[in-house]
Design a binder for this molecule. Structure first.
Ligand code: ADP
Length: 617
């Protein structure tokens, strides 16, 4: 008997399947099982709408059988089955998708969930099988048919015997090759693992006969492999914390309990269930390129994507979890994801839910939030700086900073609420640690004037405030910036005068060191000297930028400020008159000291050591 030919487009798809466009062959089982579940859904629906049909819905199930001798896996179901024509139409062509036609027809009447609007599902069998046989008996018919194909060449259909209605799909596995070991699919545990991984939450039982040893005898037992109702679809009030935690650790392989569980569902034009987790610590690879963000994406209990990145913005990339929507089509691909209207809507809803949750945590459970921030604050800060600050307004209220106010984190909102009446600037100091930031002469000055100072101690922190530019219309200013002016007008005028008088001395000092300017200041209490930066690039930014792989040897423009009230000031004036060589030496020593206070490296430590020794001996 001559083989029937596949329709042209089916042939093309099959070719792709056989040559594996999906590198993940495992998914064949998910596809076949979801077809079985679909077929059961259809009969289930029919039984609900046609009184003549009497079926015990508890019997609905699919079954997976493995036969090692014949190298076959059989997936059978007691669903609606297929007539000869349906076998021909449904499996001979992909252009017409049975379940989507069925869905359209019935959509208006009642909301029946039919998994799958596959275009490719069934053909994925050919990724692993050299031969596929389908026997099927449509519900209500006495005739059964066998459809068989060994691939591209075509298929045959003939009548056969089959007692029960429903469908059995038998895959004869390909021979093992150097590239792939198909025989692994003949192992119970492999198949069970795949069912658990991809089809766990199919709403009808998936049964398998498993062998157990009882009193040294092998006993075969039928076992339901899937857990039927997914945790995320269960009622929140019936789920214990332990169940949530176990699910988290099993699914996301985290040894620590999650910090927060978010379980919610949305109803409306687009409906979905989500079960999300905020981990309590960053995974070891979190801040590396290897880390892949994403949520598991299900369409009605069928896993369609392990990590759907488009569901999470980068700044919330730490969130783990599961999203399930009946409104998603199963044939969604990575390429079409971003244009998928449903997915975009879901992602938006998820983002705002996470943000709200974090805000509530910050407000109501500060301790937990601070723990969260210690783990993932860096990611939020990166989010502020990313894309030229596009998302900064969404994130600014979630940031925490150390501050002079008290020995713990503060928010920008808290800082602003405490600002003095005449204060319109948010002051910050940069250093490697809070104690170093506190000891900066410029910090001391700001504190003595009664201003609160934020201590930016982390790598890149200053970029964050520079990207924010302002908060609540208050600009940020580095206490070490020469533009930050804490002195009164009279003070300034007097100082200007003194600086002018000593202009020539400063010029002489500048020759010895690499600064833009040297001048006197009165804002240093007891310290002899400090460095302030002029312009956009401050000394802390210089450090960060030069540490970057693309570091282009950035230099902050520095001003060396000398305490006019310190004994060193008159000493310098004296040297300028009597010993210009020594003035140069002193300039170098003072400059090195100022760099050390700022946490900057001394450019020539040997020279400094010699200079200091000369003065000591
Ligand atoms: P899709 O499921 O997206 O429609 P498939 O290629 O997986 O695409 O299946 C094609 C069609 O074959 C299905 O729509 C369905 O009508 C039919 N079919 C596949 N498997 C079964 C089954 N186990 N029972 C009944 N019909 C099936």
């Amino acid at each position: 008997m001559a083989k029937k030919q596949f329709k042209a487009e089916s042939k093309k798809l099959m070719e792709l399947m056989i040559n594996s466009i999906y590198t993940n062959k495992d998914i064949f089982l998910r596809e076949i099982i979801s077809n079985a579940s679909d077929a059961i859904d259809k009969l289930h629906y029919k039984s609900l709408t046609d009184r003549k049909i009497k079926i015990d819905t508890d019997d609905f199930a699919s079954k997976v059988d493995i036969d090692k001798d014949s190298r076959t896996i059989t997936i059978s179901d007691n669903g609606i089955g297929m007539s000869k024509e349906e076998l021909e139409n449904n499996l001979g062509t992909i252009a017409k998708s049975g379940s989507s036609a069925f869905k359209e027809e019935n959509d208006k009447k009642e909301n029946i969930d039919i998994i799958g609007q596959f275009g490719v599902g069934f053909y994925s069998a050919f990724m692993v099988a050299s031969k596929v046989s389908v026997t099927s008996k449509a519900y209500g018919s006495d005739e059964a048919y066998l459809w068989e194909s060994e691939g591209i060449e075509g298929y045959n259909i003939k009548s056969c015997d089959k007692e029960e209605y429903g469908t059995s799909v038998t895959l004869t596995l390909k021979d093992d090759s150097d590239d792939f070991e198909y025989s692994k699919y003949l192992e119970d545990y492999t198949i069970q693992g795949l069912i658990k991984k991809y089809s766990d939450y199919i709403t009808y039982p998936i049964k398998m006969e498993t062998v157990h040893v009882h009193d040294e005898k092998e006993v075969k037992e039928e076992e339901v492999i899937n857990s039927l109702v997914p945790l995320w679809k269960r009622n929140k009030s019936e789920i214990t914390k332990e169940e949530y935690d176990t699910f988290y650790s099993d699914k996301f392989f985290d040894y620590e309990k999650p910090l927060k569980v978010l379980h919610f569902n949305m109803e409306g034009v687009i409906g979905f269930n989500a079960l999300l987790y905020i981990p309590s610590h960053a995974p070891f690879d979190y801040y590396s390129k290897e880390y892949e963000k994403g949520l598991q994406l299900y369409s009605n209990g069928v896993l369609i994507m392990e990590k759907c990145a488009d569901l999470l913005p980068d700044y919330f990339s730490f969130v783990k979890g599961v999203v399930d929507s009946p409104d998603l089509s199963l044939n969604i691909s990575r390429e079409t994801l971003q244009q998928d209207r449903v997915l975009v809507k879901i992602a938006k809803a998820i983002e705002s839910k996470i943000k709200k949750e974090l805000e509530t945590m910050l407000e109501k459970d500060r301790e937990t939030y601070e723990k969260f921030f210690d783990a993932f604050g860096l990611q939020l800060k990166a989010g502020v700086c990313a894309n030229y600050g596009m998302d900064k307004d969404k994130l600014s209220d979630l940031l925490l900073f150390k501050s002079s106010f008290e020995d713990k984190y503060v928010t920008l909102k808290e800082y602003v609420s405490r600002m003095k009446d005449d204060q319109d600037i948010i002051y910050y100091a940069c250093a490697e640690s809070e104690s170093k930031a506190r000891m900066l002469p410029q910090t001391e000055n700001a504190l003595s004037k009664g201003y609160e100072v934020l201590y930016l101690t982390e790598y890149g922190d200053e970029f964050v405030v520079q990207t924010l530019m302002e908060y609540d219309s208050k600009k940020f200013a580095n206490v070490s910036s020469s533009e930050t002016d804490l002195d009164s007008k009279e003070d300034k005028e007097e100082l200007d005068k003194i600086n002018k008088e000593n202009k020539d001395m400063f010029e002489a000092m500048k020759k010895a060191i690499d600064v833009k300017e040297v001048r006197f200041t009165r804002s240093l209490k007891n310290h002899p000297v400090c460095l302030s930066s002029e312009g956009m690039i401050t000394s802390s930014m210089e450090k960060v930028m030069n540490a970057m792989p693309t570091g282009q040897n950035v230099k902050a423009s520095m001003v060396m400020e000398i305490n006019e009230n310190h004994a060193i000031a008159s000493k310098l004036k004296d040297l300028y008159k009597k010993d210009k060589k020594k003035l140069e030496k002193y300039s170098k020593i003072l400059y090195a000291q100022a760099r050390l206070i700022e946490g900057l490296p001394v450019e020539n430590p040997t020279e400094l050591s010699n200079l200091v020794c000369e003065e000591l001996s």
